[in-house]
Design a protein around this ligand. Structure first.
Ligand code: UT7
Length: 313
């Protein structure tokens, strides 16, 4: 039986620079109405000045403070990012010194695109011996703006930058595993990505949309089965924030009342691996995650990757 991880403190940070839909009307052939109707996004943040590592550090400091622990008590640092400031050293290592986490603490990055934070949870759960008696610092941080093709209206309006972080502890209670999956077949690879010869992010929106809807549905059903709790008995479903229409589909499919499905993509767009921890941090700030509250978190993204976990606060 797996031991349950518990998220004890959350933090988030987004850049100051707001990019409203109207700003894109000056750059590509698009409109505020199209973006709002087809995606639900009103604005997003772009890192102008400043760095992703600084943003991740700010989110982490808040998470550590809210967990009420000292940086010395952190036994593991995992940063999920597909857009690190530098490829090497890892963002997690760059954060270590900034946050005064003791030398010798294992720290590494994970790239599972938008599913990154769920992958970080799974890695932490698999590395419990490193955390026992201590805590794990899990971060999702992205600067997607730097890989956007600002001439491609099909992608440039969708994404934003940001960072979210959580301090996780071991409860000692038996729990369910964090579910992570990937499928890198040719069809999946053609759905999107960046790097290699093309430095810009490319995405087949329609394909990813269909994939997202089917995986979200599948993961919620799988979590119901693994936890024995029907989604109707769960307080919140926290999905990767990619498109309001995807979230609406999930809401309708499971008959969820609006307050159960957290939505913030209207303000941040799709922040990839940062989207779930940013949502968690906002929910915590709004006092939605009181002790005893239960949530399903579900992510999906390029790779293709997907995954989910049950959270108990
Ligand atoms: O985190 C990774 C996961 N990513 C996702 O989950 C993304 C999932 N996919 C989506 O969110 C949607 O597919 C998009 C928002 C990307 C696109 O929405 P859609 O309703 O699937 O639009 P579409 O791609 O079918 O395009 C419809 C039309 C096209 O014009 P024509 O060919 O019908 O004349 C596009 O060229 O909308 C056009 N279009 C735009 N028009 C105005 C595409 N982007 C824009 C735009 N402004 N920004």
């Amino acid at each position: 039986m797996t031991e349950q991880l518990r998220l004890l403190g959350m933090g988030m940070a987004v850049p100051d620079k707001v990019m409203a839909n109207e700003d894109f009307e000056k750059i590509v052939d698009t409109s505020d109405a199209w973006i709002r109707e087809r995606t639900g996004i009103r604005e997003r943040r772009f890192i102008g000045e400043g760095s992703l590592t600084e943003l991740a550090a700010e989110a982490s400091r808040k998470a550590i403070a809210r967990a009420g622990i000292a940086p010395e008590e952190i036994g593991l640092v995992i940063c999920a990012t597909a857009t690190p400031e530098r490829a090497v050293p890892a963002t997690a290592c760059m954060l270590q010194k900034k946050l005064r986490i003791p030398a010798g603490t294992p720290a590494f990055d994970i790239n599972a695109a938008c599913t990154g934070f769920i992958y970080a949870m799974a890695a932490a759960q698999a590395m419990l011996p490193a955390i026992r008696g201590k805590y794990a610092l899990l971060i999702g941080a992205e600067e997607v703006s730097k890989i956007l093709d600002m001439a491609d209206r099909g992608t440039c309006v969708l994404f934003g930058d940001g960072a979210g972080a959580a301090v996780a502890g071991v409860t000692g209670k038996p729990g369910t595993r964090v579910r992570i999956f990937a499928d890198g077949d040719e069809e999946a690879l053609s759905c999107g990505g960046y790097g290699g010869e093309d430095r810009h992010l490319r995405m087949d929106g329609r394909k990813v949309f269909r994939f997202a809807v089917s995986r979200l549905e599948g993961e919620i059903r799988a979590l119901e089965e693994e936890t024995g709790i029907p989604v109707s008995g769960i307080d919140y479903v926290i999905c990767h924030q990619a498109n309001a229409r995807i979230l609406d589909h999930v809401r309708r499919k499971f008959g969820l009342p609006e307050e159960k499905l957290y939505v913030n993509l209207d303000r941040y767009g799709n922040t990839s691996a940062a989207s779930i921890p940013i949502a968690l941090a906002e929910m915590a700030e709004r006092r939605m995650l009181a002790p005893g509250k239960r949530a399903f978190a579900v992510g999906f993204g390029a790779g293709l990757t997907w995954g989910s976990c049950y959270l108990e606060f």
